[in-house]
Design a protein around this ligand. Structure first.
Ligand code: 5GP
Ligand code: ZN
Length: 114
């Protein structure tokens, strides 16, 4: 999608610090990390938000969560724990409108979040 920052990162038009990629998604370090480890897991297919997800995205959505768990495992955070977040639309704090999963780890998280 034109003018989408994450589509540009996926295509390589913008640089990023990639930690994982496969045929469905790309994971890269967040530019303003909110934890010692903070990556964004982004589907190659552009859709704006969880609110715009459809039945056809079911497999992709599941894949993003399994990828988050796999990266957390690989980075050694499984046992201590981590936080997975999908901000959705304005009240949810979404600022980039290409659906993405935040994986945060390396500190203690409180609930409910702010
Ligand atoms: P949201 O607020 O939409 O849930 O999350 C968007 C995230 O993307 C934010 O945490 C923000 O720091 C990150 N971000 C915004 N622009 C860029 C960028 O150009 N590169 C990277 N790596 N992260 C970005
Ligand atoms: Zn996009």
């Amino acid at each position: 999608m034109k003018n989408c920052i994450f589509c540009k990162i996926i295509s390589g038009d913008l640089p990023s610090s990639k930690v994982f990629e496969d045929e469905t998604c790309v994971a890269f370090k967040d530019i303003h990390p909110q934890a010692p480890f903070h990556v964004l897991i982004v589907p190659r297919e552009h859709f704006d938000s969880l609110d715009k997800a459809e039945e056809k995205h079911k497999e992709t959505l599941g894949h993003l969560l399994l990828t988050a768990a796999e990266i957390a495992r690989r980075e050694g955070f499984s046992q201590k724990g981590y936080r997975v977040v999908i901000n959705t639309n304005a009240d949810g704090g979404q600022t980039v409108f290409h659906l993405h999963v935040h994986l945060l780890a390396g500190r203690i998280f409180v609930f409910p979040p702010g």
